[in-house]
Design a binder for this molecule. Sequence first.
Ligand code: F3S
Length: 766
Amino acid sequence: PSTLPIKDCTSITPPYPRLLETLEKVRNVLPKKSKLTLAEKILYSHLRNPEESLRGKGKIRGERYLKLRPDRVAMQDASAQMALLQFMTCKLPSCAVPASIHCDHLIQAQTGAASDLTRSIETNKEVFDFLESAAQKYGIEFWRPGSGIIHQIVLENYAAPGLLMLGTDSHTPNAGGLGMLAIGVGGADAVDALTDTPWELKAPMITGVKLTGQLQGWATPKDLILHLAGKLTVRGGTGRIIEYFGPGVPAQSCTGLATIANMGAEVGATTSTFPYSDNMRQYLHATGRGPVAEAADAAAKKGFLSADEGAEYDEVIEINLSELEPHLNGPFTPDLATPLSSFSSFLNDNKYPTTLSSALIGSCTNSSYEDMSRVASIAEQAKAAGLKSKVPFLVTPGSELIRATVEKDGLQSTLESVGATVLANACGPCIGQWKRDEHKGEDNAILTSFNRNFKARNDGNLKTMNFLASPEIVTAMAFSGDLKFNPTTDSISTPNGPFKFTPPSGDRLPPTGYSAGDLSYAPSPSPVPQPQTEIAISPSSTRLEILEPFGTNFANGAGELPSMRCLMRVKGKCTTDHISAAGAWLKYKGHLSNISENTLMTAVNDESDSINKAIDLEGKEDTIPNTMKAYKAKNEPWMLVVDDNYGEGSAREHAALQPRFYGGAMIVARSFARIHETNLKKQGILPLWFLNKADYSKISAHDVVQTKGLEKVMDGTSTTDVVLLEVTKPTGEKMVVETRHTLSKDQIEWLRYGSALNYIGAMARQ
Ligand code: F3S
């Protein structure tokens, strides 16, 4: 049943007729009788030009680049800042696809929901005001602080079978629980979708996971993904989509599937998905989206929402759910999986603490109605035995919908009666927004139903060991306080004798329907852009700064870059973390001048073998960002020489924005990480590859470098991808170094206009 009114589903129903039509074209291009997996069907039906992408012989998966048209974008409050600042530079009146902003990451847990929310709104007022005004101007749905966590809200409101969505958060794949492809990206990729620019993705390999059997007793979908993380490790899913199939899939609740998809991010998977099922249909109806379910039913009848019979996977992993036992993963990495039955000896063997210091449940990973009702069934048993939680027991509801429903059905009071504190509907302790004064600097162990457990992630304490488990196991352990306690076999002593839990039980969907709760947090659906809205950014803000469009480096239509100096030669591994550090710098994500102060601050200078040191134009040694600033102040363009796989790690657009902001015009590498190379081009920096890797050491700091032959690349008359660099040493000695470019036609325009966004804006205004 749904007590929610049926929503207007116009903007949230996938464009099935168009997708089916594209899929038909795809089948005509592919070899006859090709069998497609579900992931391929969803990806290929979103191709902008299936003929160009898929025609011809040769492998597609793992080889070809797909130009895609995503249906929707979701952004959280931390990453939305730079995404929107970039979007603003193209001066478009509205977004090309429906989009939403979710205020969840900036809310700090301290004492409880109401006070935490009030305080966090005050501390982050300028950021929230900026996001809200930008949302209003461009017609983006704005979910206010307190509305809930991005992935839970997306699942409840926007996710739909067959949809392709981008989200500026790594756990965006959570929406895969509704049989779609939801992919976590950086802000620059989100802007591609918002501006109707083709979004490029290398066709992923597909890992098939076949589920057989049935979950028993205490085992949950969370245990399935904890177990799989142990098998695949944190890198096992890289460049892959995980597609689940087999008789064990339809029996899982939609929200349970979302938990599995959410944590696919922990094995590095691009995303995870599942065939459309009856449970998905029921969830859509229960959340007021009957019309989406009906449209999905019709699309499923045409074979769209499941794999073709006989479709092939690049690898298949089989898991028998009947044999699965609860798992605890950690500490410090989500792929260190230990079955509950051996957890006690695992702790002994490693001399880890055995006393639990806090128990935390909820988050975007595990706060469904089903999770909460099963947890409440454990709390009821404990309460009847006279037990209370032995440790702080914190509950983070994923959304206002969940919080209000759990309150209406009495589950919240049950949890509170055994000692739980309910936090705000926000990320809170999951992302380190947890003010925890106890155990500072001490070894201690917490249990969470979250998804990530890297060091210091939750409370900033490097020594806090976070073990990930199902909410049911976390809750049962809270009553014992002892990590060696196995709730499936052991008893807790009480004045009335030993007490033993029976396995949890609960409802997948609320028996009397969901309650919407406080509607003031939610946006009005499909808001109309209001172009007259002023975007709220104070000129004195240290956290937000209007992004000025970059000027072109090709002054007066020149086809060669101006001659420039080499600022330094970067040695060895240089990831996007080296180029733009995270941690404390995150608060400046919306302020390019301030965050640029960290540029390359952990990079190694090959000539002096020192970290964060470079020589400025006066011959003075300074930090790398200061040296860049000095070049900028003198209007001196500069270039970098870098090593292999430069920019590996992430899609972080700041790693390209910052060098560009300081006047970097060209980076010559032994090799680039592909996403970062594209990001450099997007921001108007020319990336070049040494033809001969040994030439890396031929260019030194302060050499003057001049491109030769770029002009022909820019005007389209070049017959080769080679670009020569004429290098003049301070002694006057000259030499020529051969490099190659990888610019496509569009990318040449990005460079000519100074950035991809300048080009997109100019085209839109024509
Ligand atoms: Fe937030 Fe943690 Fe999920 S940070 S989005 S609750 S992974």
